[in-house]
Write a protein that binds this ligand. Structure first.
Ligand code: HAM
Length: 413
């Protein structure tokens, strides 16, 4: 019996990997231009890191974490997201003191035990950016514009940016109270998860995926009516920053995000081309998380882009990401194959993408192989070419052919 991948986990195959590389290269370019530095973090963390940051009562913590006991009996979790780990690293390596204003990015896989469907996987990849140490709204504008401009740079523009302010713990307390009153009246119509959440974390009722619960919360009180003066001013200035950077956005008071650590600005970027799982990026400010995880009070804001969803959008465009094979070397005798072997190696050393035939086959069969590999040129070496130190250079596009000196191959191509 053969062994297949685990449900919700996927291989990424040649043909697809080139899109991933293109995305990674573009992400690195733009992140570095915004002065973000790369951090690498472990896949496994202590479970407590996620329960304390993402929050009890969230879908991720309640239902979606890959949590297990190791051989010592310690509870460990495959990270469901990267923000908590990056904050842990920021505190652990004392950046709070040595380098508090810091921009970090991270690329890698995350794990959530969700029901797999189109655009939703159990192992998926994110591009994360986190900016520490600046509380002012200009940083919100900058981080959101970085995320939005990344999509533009990749060549995607049919995307909708929605923003909201979730206020601070002070203004949110009044909102939570009103929300709880509203939900208590609808208690019997809510799903069992939501009935429980009304008591422990009513904000999480707002992102329940159950159809009936979604309908109920459409009429729930809106956080927009509860923002304190400071939070209102902050939100106003975030909107101004985005306008000044010419980033189109919509305010959506229903954006609450599924993680507990957010304060003030929250945002999502959605694509109408993705179906039900249409969020291609999400993020926001988390001014209390560094402190909640044991560090000093340092504000921060960041986002994560869903890599698979981005690849799916790129796949809808008619664009080839694969570097073509530049040269295929065909040889017409055993001696010619020895020469082809050396020449292949020399050309690869100077960065040319080359393939050759490793078996003595007819020229026809080798040309078929070159065609299958979509090679731009074929070099043919026979006994005559060996003697004269030449090769036959065939242009596979216009089918023209010429004899050239072997030393001239590179300049000729
Ligand atoms: P999130 O909204 O949970 O935020 O995830 C960000 C993005 O990851 C989503 O918009 C989506 O594109 C992708 N994603 C999430 N779950 C899946 C899945 N099961 N399958 C495929 N793609 C998925 C966070 O993770 C926060 N840590 C973002 C953040 C960073 N906030 C501040 N800094």
């Amino acid at each position: 019996m053969t062994i297949s991948t685990i449900r919700g986990f996927h291989d990424i195959l040649p043909g697809e990997t080139e899109k991933w590389q293109y995305i990674e290269k573009t992400a690195r370019e733009i992140l570095e231009s915004f002065n973000f530095s790369e951090i690498k973090i472990p896949l496994l963390e202590k479970t407590e890191l996620f329960t304390r940051s993402i929050g009890n009562g969230t879908d991720i913590v309640e239902k979606e974490m890959y949590t297990f006991l190791d051989r010592r009996g310690d509870s460990l979790t495959l990270r469901p997201e990267a923000t908590a780990s990056i904050v842990r690293a920021y505190i652990e390596h004392n950046f709070c003191k040595t380098n508090p204003v810091l921009k970090l990015f991270y690329l890698g896989p995350m794990f959530r035990y969700e029901r797999p469907q189109k655009g939703r996987f159990r192992q998926f990849h994110q591009i994360n950016a986190e900016s520490f140490g600046v509380a002012g709204p200009k940083m919100d504008g900058e981080v959101i514009s970085l995320c939005f401009n990344f999509f533009r740079k990749i060549g995607l523009d049919d995307l909708h940016l929605q923003i909201n302010s979730l206020g601070c713990p002070q203004c949110r307390a009044g909102f939570k109270k009103e929300l709880k009153n509203f939900l208590t009246k609808k208690m019997t119509d809510l799903c069992s998860d939501c009935q429980r959440r009304v008591e422990i974390n009513p904000l999480r009722n707002l992102d329940c995926k159950n159809e009936k619960c979604r309908e109920i919360v459409l009429n729930a009180p809106s956080i927009a009516n509860f923002l304190c003066e400071d939070c209102s001013i902050h939100f106003q200035e975030v909107k101004q920053s985005l306008a000044s950077l010419e980033i189109p956005f919509q305010v959506n008071p229903k954006i609450v995000r599924g993680l507990d650590y957010y304060t003030r600005t929250a945002f999502e970027i959605n694509s109408p081309l993705l179906g039900a799982q249409d969020a291609v990026a999400g993020g926001g400010r988390y001014d209390n998380l560094v402190k909640d995880l044991g560090g000093p009070a340092i504000p921060a804001i960041g986002f994560a882009i869903g890599w698979e969803r981005l690849v799916s959008l790129l796949s809808q465009k008619d664009q080839n990401f694969q570097r073509p094979l530049e040269i295929f070397i065909a040889s017409l005798s055993k001696n010619a194959m020895e020469e082809a072997y050396k020449l292949t190696n020399q050309l690869r050393h100077i960065g040319v993408k080359v393939e050759m035939s490793y078996e003595e086959k007819s020229l026809k069969s080798q040309m078929r192989k070159a065609d299958k590999l979509s090679s731009c040129f074929v070099l043919i070496i026979g006994e005559k070419e060996l003697e004269e130190k030449t090769v036959i250079l065939r242009n596979m596009k216009n089918k023209s052919q010429e004899v050239i000196d072997r030393k001239e191959i590179v300049s000729e191509i």
